[in-house]
Design a protein around this ligand. Structure first.
Ligand SMILES: [Zn+2]
Ligand SMILES: [Zn+2]
Length: 266
């Protein structure tokens, strides 16, 4: 299996980073986590090849904030005449009925057609605990965010934990995983005067990098890659954040959109 980072930005796409989307290629199967603007990278080379050489497609949604689902509008262009299963968290996990959420998101006048009219799309609710999907064990848990999100664990290979405050329970959930993709919104004490007042509240719904590095160390993951980076910060600030995090957990890093990571098979 191989992981490709298609979108590592949070909230607002930038010149170099799209919003959240990660793809795992697994012998003809494509497992996509979140449908941010990064999903659009699958429309054209070189990432188009990931779709072309696969024959089974799954999309897992963490929550319904627009930076994670605006790519739902791209699906007819990216997966034409293909069957795609959208796995959305069950209401027991988030308090939100996934059928209603999708009905609300993909319908006129926001999209030309309701999702039910798009051929090849199928909605499957994914519940708490361990689910069998595409020959894998996919574990799911709820996370505290401004609206509840979920984290995913793919076998022992990968954990995706975004749009959450740093949570000790994530360390248990990610225990022994090969790769942990975890959001980091800031490093240190949190927003100061440089952040406009109305935005400061949002920081509590996101994670502090050193706390996340501590979770990675407790979990004993192979490597930690920060995702959902704050678009109001610069690449230089990201580099500083990663350097600080390595003081807590040595295998902490920030990669670029388009970078790939090999994943273990179990
Ligand atoms: Zn987000
Ligand atoms: Zn969010």
């Amino acid at each position: 299996m191989r992981l490709t980072l298609l979108g590592t930005q949070g909230w607002i796409p930038t010149q170099t980073r799209e919003t959240t989307c990660f793809v795992v290629e697994d012998e003809g199967k494509l497992l996509v986590f979140d449908a941010g603007t990064g999903l659009g990278r699958l429309a054209a080379p070189p990432f188009r090849a990931l779709v072309e050489r696969s024959s089974e497609y799954h999309l897992f949604l963490t929550h319904y904030h627009l930076d994670h689902v605006c790519g739902l509008a791209y699906l007819p262009g990216i997966f034409p005449e293909r069957r795609l299963v959208i796995h959305a968290p069950a209401e027991e996990l988030t308090g939100i009925d996934p059928v209603r959420a999708l009905d609300d998101l993909v319908r006129p006048p926001y999209n030309p057609r309701p999702w039910r009219d798009l051929s090849g799309l199928e909605l499957a609710e994914i519940g708490a605990g361990v689910n069998a999907v595409a020959g894998h064990e996919i574990a799911v848990r709820s996370q505290a965010h401004s609206d509840t999100s979920v984290a995913y664990r793919l076998d022992d290979a990968l954990v995706v934990a975004t749009d959450t405050s740093a949570d000790a329970a994530t360390a248990a959930f990610a225990s022994g995983a090969g790769v942990l993709l975890h959001e980091a919104w800031y490093v240190g004490d949190g927003p100061g005067s440089e952040v406009p007042g109305p935005l400061r509240k949002g920081y509590a719904a996101h994670s502090e990098a050193l706390a996340v590095a501590g979770l990675a160390a407790t979990a004993g993951v192979g490597r930690l890659v920060f995702i959902h980076l704050n678009p109001l910060q610069s690449e230089e600030e990201y580099a500083t954040m990663a350097t600080s995090a390595r003081g807590v957990f040595a295998a902490s890093e920030i990669l670029r959109d388009g970078d790939t990571i090999p994943l273990g098979t179990t």
